[in-house]
Design a binder for this molecule. Structure first.
Ligand code: HEM
Length: 215
């Protein structure tokens, strides 16, 4: 493996082109607890890749959505595996992000000068939760439908903005085809775009300030 890396390095000279990325100083006292953020990122990549594969077969319409998910699970080659990977990567990502957040809290890494990185993290967490919520409707089965009816209904009871929020989320008075299309668009375009933007800011700040060491 080492010989292979040396060979690639001789040709590409990656360490010379990206010295700040490949030869970064890290503080003393790092432990396995500092791996949760990196592991969460790996799972996020699995989520993106499996989502891109699912989007090749998924049909976001009232008539076709359920049937296309059944076809992905039963007929498409390895479809069940890709769907399972997407589902489990989503669940595990939330677990890892929470563990990562606990590490940051215990180590007080949210204090200045890292307060903006904490804020970026909070936005990422909210956007991830929104991704889970919008993704849950996409199988378009009974569980998906009623989860969205109940959850959006609860949000709709909020004072002042509740009713407007309900209309905006559902795209009409009831959960239907318009809601499915809105959730699909949010799930595959708007939310990943926003998450990528905040992740870029998150990593930029980690790079600039370094990791807080010693636990
Ligand atoms: C997909 C979600 C996330 C990913 C992939 C991610 C990734 C990372 C990585 C790789 C680091 C470098 C150090 C480490 O791994 O501990 C880091 C640092 C940090 N993260 Fe996250 N993170 C995520 C979400 C969050 C959330 C939800 C919060 C808090 C609300 C947060 C707050 C922070 C802070 C404050 C640091 C700096 C810690 C330090 O300097 O020691 N992150 N993150």
């Amino acid at each position: 493996m080492n010989r292979l890396f040396r060979r690639i390095e001789r040709r590409f000279e990656l360490s010379a082109c990206h010295p700040s990325f490949l030869t970064r100083k890290i503080p003393a006292g790092l432990s396995y607890l500092h791996c949760f953020g990196g592991l969460a990122f790996v799972l996020y990549l699995v989520l993106l890749l499996s989502g891109m594969l699912l989007s090749v077969y998924y049909l976001p319409s009232e008539q076709e959505a359920f049937r296309s998910v059944v076809a992905i699970t039963r007929e498409v080659r390895l479809g069940f595996l890709v769907r399972g990977m997407h589902r489990w990567a989503g669940h595990l990502l939330l677990v890892l992000v929470l563990l990562h957040t606990v590490r940051v809290v215990v180590q007080r890494a949210y204090l200045p000068p890292r307060e903006l990185n904490w804020l970026a993290g909070v936005f990422i967490l909210l956007l991830l939760l929104a991704s889970g919520f919008t993704g849950a409707l996409l199988p378009w089965d009974q569980k998906a439908y009623w989860t969205t009816v109940i959850a959006s209904g609860i949000a709709g009871t909020a004072p002042w903005a509740g009713e407007t929020f309900l209309q905006l989320v559902r795209g009409g008075p009831e959960v239907g085809g318009a809601t499915l299309l809105r959730f699909y668009s949010l799930h595959v375009l708007w939310l990943p775009f926003a998450i990528n933007l905040f992740l870029w800011a998150h990593f930029h700040m980690v790079k600039r300030l370094g990791i807080k060491g010693g636990l």
